[in-house]
Ligand binder design. Structure first.
Ligand code: UT7
Length: 328
């Protein structure tokens, strides 16, 4: 049984934070952020907004766009590293919010590769033959773990969510290949040290800012360029495809320079690369499904198109997915 994406949606919080606003918070400049990353602005959650709220908006839009009732959803998979709580899962909160009373589900943690891990997991459930409709949402509220006095991280991230409905198909190819990787030896280069069982929250851990994300940007950059380019090239090769065969490349949006390097290695011309990092920054698990829905809504994806997805993130985790677009 093949798996296809039958609808897509995204949601970003209303509040926009520009690079100029960050200039007044840390020693940075709009020029530095734009030239080093490609980011001009990002959306950030409001005071009473959290990851399940962004996810619920996406879930509601998916149901509406797909003409699906909440009772039809079998599984809800939410890829995130910024859940509302450790327990209950964000998936359980969304299940209740939308009234998906026949669904079970779970949160999945793979950082920036979360959406690829989620799609592949959903695909396996569909191919089991037991499930008909799976909602896969990629979402992060990165500003909830950002130190707005640390210019190395606070300029890079934003908040947002996107998602898709996966369904079985007899007559189209759908998601047809995936390569996923993990290398835990890179774990310390991009980490939120505190808050888990290794370092439960204490007054000291909060004072020492252990609950914020920190990264060795240079190190991660090097691994990301190689990881994303290698895995994109490999999935094309093993399917006897070249960059010319790709209708649209939808990469994780961490840094425009990483995206350009991966596209170049695969000989994918710039007009076939989906880029929205300028408006959203790095929304971690949200980047690929947000970009995918924007591409669908703007007509950049049409039935019959071959789409390449690729990501690299904390863990390290990375991977690529190939799919043939056909919603109807
Ligand atoms: O999605 C998860 C995976 N994450 C990533 O893929 C992120 C990977 N890393 C990156 O995207 C890049 O490494 C960064 C954007 C984080 C940094 O870019 P870079 O070109 O590697 O800059 P750098 O770290 O080499 O820093 C260059 C200079 C340094 O100053 P000196 O030593 O040359 O005087 C930094 O101190 O830029 C300085 N700098 C800044 N200046 C203004 C670092 N951050 C900032 C800042 N504003 N925000």
């Amino acid at each position: 049984m093949n798996t296809k994406i039958t609808s897509t949606a995204h949601y970003v919080p209303e509040r926009v934070m520009t690079n100029f606003e960050l200039e007044s918070m840390v020693d940075t400049s709009d020029e530095w952020i734009r030239t080093r990353t490609g980011i001009s602005q990002r959306h950030i959650i409001g005071e009473n907004e959290a990851t399940s709220d962004l996810s619920t908006r996406v879930a509601e839009r998916l149901l509406e766009k797909g003409g699906i009732s909440p009772e039809e959803i079998d599984i809800i998979i939410i890829s995130t590293v910024t859940p509302d709580h450790f327990a209950p899962s964000t998936a359980a909160i969304v299940q209740n919010n939308i009234g998906a009373k026949n669904a079970w589900g779970f949160d999945l943690s793979a950082a920036c590769s979360g959406y690829l891990y989620g799609l592949e997991t959903g695909r396996q459930f569909i191919s089991s033959g037991k499930y008909q409709k799976i909602m896969v949402i990629g979402v992060d509220s990165m500003t909830s773990i950002l130190d707005f006095t640390d210019r190395d991280t606070c300029v890079l991230f934003g908040d947002g969510a996107g998602g898709a409905i996966l369904e079985p198909t007899d007559n189209s190819i759908g998601i047809f290949d995936s390569i996923l990787h993990m290398d835990g030896s890179g774990g310390n280069y991009l980490i939120v040290p505190g808050g888990g069982s290794r370092m439960p929250a204490t007054v000291e851990s909060v004072k020492d800012k252990k609950h914020f994300i920190r990264q060795d940007g240079k190190k991660v950059f090097k691994f990301a360029v190689k990881g994303m380019a290698d895995v994109s090239e490999r999935i094309l090769n093993q399917n006897n495809l070249s960059g010319d065969d790709i209708s649209l490349f939808i990469p994780h949006q961490a840094n425009k320079r990483i995206i350009d390097a991966a596209a170049k290695r695969c000989n994918i011309s710039p007009e076939k690369v989906m880029i929205n990092i300028d408006r959203y920054g790095n929304t971690t698990a949200g980047t690929i499904p947000i970009a995918m829905n924007e591409a669908v809504e703007s007509g950049r994806i049409k039935d019959g198109d071959t789409i390449l997805l690729a990501a690299f993130g904390a863990g390290f985790t990375w991977g690529s997915i190939l799919l043939k677009w056909e919603t109807s």
